[in-house]
Write a new protein. Structure first.
Length: 282
């Protein structure tokens, strides 16, 4: 199915994207609680964005590659969802932000394990997450982790690669010889230096997500900007094509890869809240 037909189908089939129920309208009251929980590589630092009142559901947000829980998109989208009644846990992957661990020791598999640990924390302390949201590589990890979180009902990817090896091909291609020869390399990503090891490359190659996406067994919304120059929209279209219904595709026209615009993030949060309502309410 062409991208134009997918966008048209979403707008025709999803009146909730244009008409939001009163219970999902944005409220001005929410609060954020700092929390820590144990991950496979040590303590993971997190923030829990809570609505003022009983949440109608809990969710987990996975941030972009080499980002943190405090990146603008994570902060604003989770705030927007909390203002609409969905409590959202956002956390730093191991080796990033305030979480323990050495980034050089992490990989796609460890990110997936961190996501499962986040869901375990919510299940133990509050309520298991029914909504999983991931931005960029975080969305790819969410696709891989969803079946290990049995209570999850709805999955959202935002500007996400369809396969973890995309990061290797896109960001690490000029360092592959050094990595193969020396086992590690210093790589500049988003203006910061990171130590990357060969094990990261090898781990990414082991994860073919086509079967997992096809067998996701959860409602899926794919959100992607046509002009994304970091992760091409063909990735979003491939995720959508592989998945089974119920699924929706939202074109984030005019937005950048990191969803840095305040109004853009607010729109993304409103769309997620409206679309997910029928899937995540017990």
């Amino acid at each position: 199915m062409s991208l134009e037909r997918m966008q048209s189908a979403f707008l025709r089939a999803s009146p909730i994207a244009c008409r939001v129920a009163p219970s999902l309208q944005k409220k001005d009251t929410m609060f954020t609680e700092r929390v820590d929980f144990q991950g496979p590589h040590g303590k993971l630092s997190a923030k829990l964005d809570m609505p003022d009142g009983t949440p109608r559901a809990y969710g987990v947000f996975a941030h972009c590659f080499t980002c943190s829980k405090d990146v603008l998109a994570a902060n604003r989208i989770c705030h927007g969802l909390a203002e609409r009644g969905v409590a959202m846990l956002r956390f730093d992957f191991a080796g990033l932000g305030a979480s323990a661990g050495d980034f050089a020791d992490t990989n796609f598999s460890s990110n997936v394990d961190d996501l499962v640990a986040a869901a375990d924390f919510l299940r133990t302390r509050f309520e298991a997450p029914r909504l999983l949201v991931g931005h960029s590589m975080g969305g790819t990890a969410v696709l891989a982790a969803a079946q290990r979180i049995p209570e999850s009902k709805a999955v959202v990817t935002i500007a996400s690669p369809s396969d973890p090896h995309y990061v290797v091909d896109k960001l690490l291609s000029e360092h592959l010889d050094t990595l193969a020869r020396l086992g590690e390399a210093r790589v500049k990503l988003a203006g910061r230096d990171f130590q990357i090891r060969q094990q990261f490359v090898e781990d990414a190659a082991q994860h073919g997500l086509a079967d997992r996406i096809a067998g996701l067994g959860r409602a899926l919304m794919v959100m992607h900007a046509p002009q994304d120059d970091t992760v091409d929209i063909a990735n979003g279209q491939r995720i959508f094509d592989l998945a089974r219904y119920p699924k929706s595709f939202v074109s984030l026209d005019g937005m950048d890869h990191l969803v840095t615009g305040r109004e853009d993030a607010a729109q993304v949060a409103a769309l997620i809240a409206a679309w997910s309502a029928r899937h995540i309410v017990a």
